[in-house]
Design a protein around this ligand. Structure first.
Ligand code: FAD
Length: 361
């Protein structure tokens, strides 16, 4: 039972298409028939790609791989009875389960967030809200003011993508963080990213805590009100709350797994991607790990079914971060060595296009 259609599970479906598991019935459950790929998101928001370019067609992939696709949202695991239940489907029994449900960037404790803001994660809901807002903005129905909450790399990338899309019309974008901006990137890359934010006229507000979101503004703890008819939450990396009810061992809400990506207190359950915490090698949340875990997950699911050896996953220490800078330019950051240019955007474009192409029939 594959719960969630995150990057690891999508790649696992692809591997099953090429090499089926004989005698094993596999199901995948996801709220939508498609799952979005984060690498394409800034390009979709900026208008470089059509919205459909964001989506991996899980239902189609599952059908081709001989896997049952279940549209629904898992909300409970009865581990004693080995049952998954949730909304949109009848409870399903499993012998082995794997979780790849990602995270949420919702800020439920921030008053007004649920009513007036949208989270960057889940990606597809944000992309849909953006296109709707853009249409209303063009018709003059909403003010062209945007606030992005969370000035990490994702928040900065999305702010620049939206600024690029709005380049032909007056607009105001504020990038707000309760701490310093861009804390998890090299010093030189941070400096370059701040320069690009300035180039787009994006207002950077650091060390200011948002305390409420209204229909047309964000209120800050220091009393300021920042105009915004679109508020995007790009800060939180929160685990899904329902995981707490599974009885699985959690680390800060994320499922604790060992080097075989197996839950430390349940050998019938695996977890990968952002929802997992690798106890043997903790890493920040990034799609690159979800992608690299896929072959290990599949090998270890096979091993758990008595078809081969367990394989230990040892994640790389660092990885090449390619950040889109709104227009068709990207910045790369690895080992504190930043580079930028159009060629890097073309490289990112090629990597992302190749990643998506492998899923098409
Ligand atoms: C703007 C932005 C840019 C980013 N750029 C990069 C980048 O350049 N490089 C990088 O490495 N990382 C990047 N990331 C991070 C990257 O998006 C995540 O690390 C990656 O998506 C994690 O993949 P995943 O497999 O954990 O699951 P996700 O891709 O998060 O997918 C989870 C899936 O599970 C489904 N799901 C959720 N809950 C349930 C449930 N209860 N039941 C069933 N299904 C469920 C969801 O609908 C979704 O389809 C970026 C993130 C953002 C927001």
């Amino acid at each position: 039972m594959l719960i969630g259609g995150g990057h690891s599970h999508a790649l696992a479906l692809l591997a099953l298409l090429r090499q089926p598991l004989p005698g094993v019935s596999v199901s995948v459950i996801n709220p939508q028939p498609t799952a979005p790929y984060s690498g394409m998101l800034p390009g979709v928001i900026a208008g470089h790609y059509a919205p459909a370019a964001l989506e991996i067609d899980l239902a189609d992939l599952a059908a081709r791989a001989g896997v049952r696709f279940v549209q629904g949202t898992a909300q409970h695991m009865d581990r004693a009875a080995r049952l998954i239940s949730g909304t949109g489907f009848d409870p399903i029994r499993y012998d082995l389960a794997s979780l790849d449900v990602g995270i949420t960037s919702e800020l439920p404790d921030l008053p007004g967030f649920g009513a007036h803001a949208v989270s960057a994660k889940p990606l597809a809901a944000y992309a849909a809200r953006w296109h709707d807002w853009l249409a209303r903005c063009k018709q003059g129905q909403v003010s062209p003011d945007i606030a992005v909450l969370g000035a990490g790399v994702a928040g900065a990338e999305l702010a620049m993508a939206m600024a690029f899309r709005l380049r032909d019309r007056p607009h105001r974008i504020s990038l707000i963080d309760q701490g310093p901006a861009l804390p998890n990137i090299g010093r030189f890359a941070r400096w370059r990213l701040c320069a690009h934010l300035g180039r787009f006229g994006i207002g950077l507000i650091e060390h200011s805590k948002p305390v409420a979101v209204g229909p047309d503004h964000v209120a800050l703890a220091d009393g300021r009100q920042i105009a915004a008819s679109l508020v995007v939450g790009a800060g939180g990396t929160r685990p899904h709350a329902w995981l707490a009810g599974t009885g699985l061992h959690l680390t800060k809400g994320f499922v604790s797994v060992d080097q075989h990506l197996r839950c430390v207190n349940d050998s019938a359950v695996f977890a990968v991607g952002d929802c997992a915490h690798m106890t043997h090698a903790p890493r920040p949340k990034a799609g690159v790990y979800a992608v690299r875990q896929a072959p290990f997950l599949l090998a270890n699911l096979r091993a758990a079914l008595g078809m081969g050896e367990f394989q230990a996953y040892h994640p790389q220490r660092d990885y090449l971060k390619l950040v889109s800078l709104g227009d068709r330019v990207a910045l790369a950051d690895k080992w504190g060595l930043p580079l930028e240019g159009r060629w890097l955007w073309r490289l990112k474009d090629r990597i992302d296009a190749r990643f998506m192409a492998q899923f098409r029939g």
